[in-house]
Design a protein around this ligand. Structure first.
Ligand SMILES: Cc1ncc(COP(=O)(O)O)c(C=O)c1O
Length: 464
């Protein structure tokens, strides 16, 4: 990228944000004050790194409340929210049915560490409408679900190695904080300090959508790979949509080698249909992990499989996995209320249609203006690529300066009442509460912001 362009877009936390709107910046006084205080309590001022706005301009907005498709920050600014708590709020914020069910259950106590009928109720709701799993276990986060699924795969196959893909994220457990080294098939390199090298040595990392690398991995580590884990709809490093044939190929290679196929559906589960990506592509994985969407915004995760594989989990089997708050009644109540709504006739088709219309407005505008921008979507998940490529299916397809454009767009959108998660690698979400009118308004604002961002960059390039 040209140095001058780099300079306009450069920055991160604490940088002077670039105001492209010609209007004064929105007031962030209270958020800024809260952030200063938070920095004295939490590392980096946050309880999860992405929230710190290190990949975009400025400092975090502290959110005060949410309702429907809107959130309000501590300074009273209102935003149309496309982050939706990173996906789980498929009904929008503060949904009345979820709130009422949670409130009703909370009157009777909040946690017992003992079974409740609510766990049965949510499990029945899920299993009755998902033919890909027969038994499940509730946990409290996506990380926990994936970590447990990996242990289950290792216990079941009596093998140690797992294979993951560059560009997929599976939470922060040791075996999975591993990135590709150099070479076609690599033992991973840890992507966090504190992860022992010996753990990373059990994780093989290959590029997405590369059959050759996969074949080589299975030749090299024959009879050693317990599981392949993939986000069937990779949505943590952009939206790297895979061909159905490639996912089928994974199924095939796993079956041939006695390896389990794990679909990590923490993002795609209940988003691209009630049966998630497994249902969307019609592929039967061996284990599926799900996350926060099951809890309607409260901390829940889950993994599921066949009755035979799940029988390896303690106390039935000898793969140990436990959790004091697993299946806690408040989270179960939220899940029951939210997933019941998702089963409404036409729920997913309406959501998908709204998303498609929204995305095509942006793409039509961008192609007529000849901007290097394309929005991709599946179900109600979408992502903005600053690229002319028609298809982006591996991390290496993402244009190098994409994130700089996202930073400029993110800031401009905040100035105009639109909230996106603070990283260009993260996807956006549309909820049932995003009405057609709101989406039309948001699309217009995004087009205007794109115009400002592209004008600005083009102008600066011309000045060189
Ligand atoms: C695909 C995937 N797996 C696992 C996780 C971990 O979930 P959590 O952050 O709830 O622990 C995430 C988080 O976003 C995810 O996107």
């Amino acid at each position: 990228m040209l140095d001058s362009l780099k300079k306009i877009f450069s920055g991160g936390e604490g940088d002077e944000p670039v105001n492209t709107t010609g209007k004064p910046d929105i007031s962030r006084e209270k958020s800024a004050e809260l952030y200063e205080k938070a920095k004295t309590y939490f590392p980096g001022g946050v309880n999860s790194p992405v929230r710190a706005f290190r990949s975009v301009y400025g400092t975090p907005l502290f959110i005060e409340k949410g309702d429907g498709c809107h959130v309000w920050d501590a300074d009273g600014n209102q935003f149309i929210d496309f982050c939706c708590s990173w996906g789980p709020l498929i009904l929008g914020h503060n949904n009345a049915k979820v709130r009422e069910k949670v409130t009703e259950v909370m009157q009777k106590g909040m946690s017992f560490g003992a079974p409740t009928a609510l766990e049965n109720e949510l499990a029945e709701l899920i299993l009755k409408h998902n033919k890909f799993i027969k038994k499940l276990r509730f946990v409290s986060s996506g990380t926990e679900a994936v970590m447990s699924a990996i242990r289950l795969a290792r216990g079941y196959t009596k093998r140690d190695k797992i294979l993951k893909f560059e560009g997929c994220y599976h939470g922060h457990s040791d075996s999975l904080l591993v990135k590709a080294g150099s070479g076609l098939v690599t033992f991973g390199e840890t992507s966090s300090a504190g992860v022992p090298k010996s753990f990373a040595d059990e994780t093989i990392v290959v590029a997405l959508n590369d059959r050759g690398a996969l074949q080589k991995a299975f030749e090299e580590f024959k009879d050693q790979i317990a599981a392949i884990i993939i986000e069937p709809i990779p949505a943590n490093n952009g939206l790297l949509l895979q061909d159905k044939e490639y996912l089928e190929y994974l199924r095939e290679i796993c079956t041939q080698n006695g390896t389990l196929l794990i679909f990590d559906e923490v993002i795609s589960g209940f988003r691209v249909g009630f049966e998630g990506a497994a249902g969307h592509y019609g592929i039967q994985p061996d284990i599926i992990t799900y996350g926060k969407i099951i809890g309607g915004g409260l901390p829940v995760g889950m993994y599921g499989s066949s009755a035979k594989i799940m029988s390896f989990i303690s106390p039935e089997g000898n793969v140990y996995q436990a959790g004091t708050l697993s299946g806690n009644p408040v989270a179960m109540a939220a899940g029951i209320a939210q997933l019941t709504e998702c089963l409404r006739d036409g729920f997913y088709s309406e959501l998908e249609e709204k998303t498609k219309n929204f995305i095509s407005t942006l793409n039509d505008f961008s192609s007529s203006a000849k901007y290097s921008f394309k929005a991709f979507s599946i179900g109600s998940i979408f992502w903005f690529a600053f690229s002319e490529k028609k298809k982006i299916s591996a991390s290496s397809d993402i244009d190098a300066d994409s994130m700089n454009y996202f930073k400029a767009l993110h800031h401009d959108l905040l100035e105009n009442g639109i909230y996106f998660g603070p990283s260009g690698y993260e996807v956006g979400f549309i909820s049932d509460a995003h009405s057609k009118e709101i989406l039309k308004d948001a699309a217009e604002k995004i087009c205007t912001s794109l115009e400002r961002v592209f004008k600005k960059s083009a102008k600066r390039i011309a000045e060189v």
